[in-house]
Design a protein around this ligand. Structure first.
Ligand SMILES: [Fe+2]
Length: 188
């Protein structure tokens, strides 16, 4: 890595300045997106271990940075072929930039009123495929399902306003219209 190459430390420093200057979620993610794309495009900071996966969960979650209070968390996510998540929300903003392979994403909206504990009715609203060089953002309430539909590992850079295991977020079971807490296994 050359001294001038964009790196995780500089990325975190830039994000700290953005969240200090902006309060609107979309304004924050709009400003982070080009930086995430830049970091993902020159992954000299990547380590071989970031290609590791948790076979039980189907993907590897590699923590690059979080603040002491769990805010501003940056991860590499590595998806096994044919594996992914159930639909889930984040309850914080998210920016995802593709590094390698393909990440297929289905988007949903919630059509129940959220008043019945453990129950959630979702409706699919769209889908998109994220590849190397692509970058996308999610609002805190957005619900998506992420899947590696390719034959190779899919690797992407994920940046969140708060560490995903500290937001109280949910995953959703489409067959049973159920909502439950979503906590992932993280490599540190
Ligand atoms: Fe997600």
């Amino acid at each position: 890595m050359s001294a001038t190459e964009y790196n995780v430390k500089q990325y975190v420093s830039d994000i700290r300045a953005i969240v200090a200057a902006e309060t609107d979620t979309k304004a924050i993610t709009d400003r982070i997106k080009p930086l995430a794309k830049q970091l993902a495009a020159a992954p000299g900071w990547m380590k071989d271990e970031y290609r590791g996966v948790d076979e039980k969960q189907g993907f590897g979650v590699h923590l690059l940075h979080e603040e002491d209070n769990h805010d501003l968390a940056v991860f590499v996510l590595t998806w096994m072929p044919g594996r992914g998540t159930q639909p889930h929300n984040h309850l914080t903003w998210a920016v995802v930039a593709g590094i390698e392979g393909e990440e297929y994403e289905e988007e949903f909206e919630r059509v129940d009123d959220g008043s019945k504990p453990g129950y959630a009715k979702l409706k699919k609203t769209g889908d998109v495929t994220l590849r190397a060089g692509d970058v996308s953002a999610c609002t805190p309430a957005a619900i998506h399902k992420v899947w590696n539909t390719g034959d190779e590992l899919s690797i992407s850079l994920h940046t969140y306003g708060r560490h995903i295991n500290f937001t109280g977020r949910s995953e959703f079971d489409l067959e049973n219209d159920a909502e439950k807490p979503f906590v992932v296994s993280v490599e540190e």
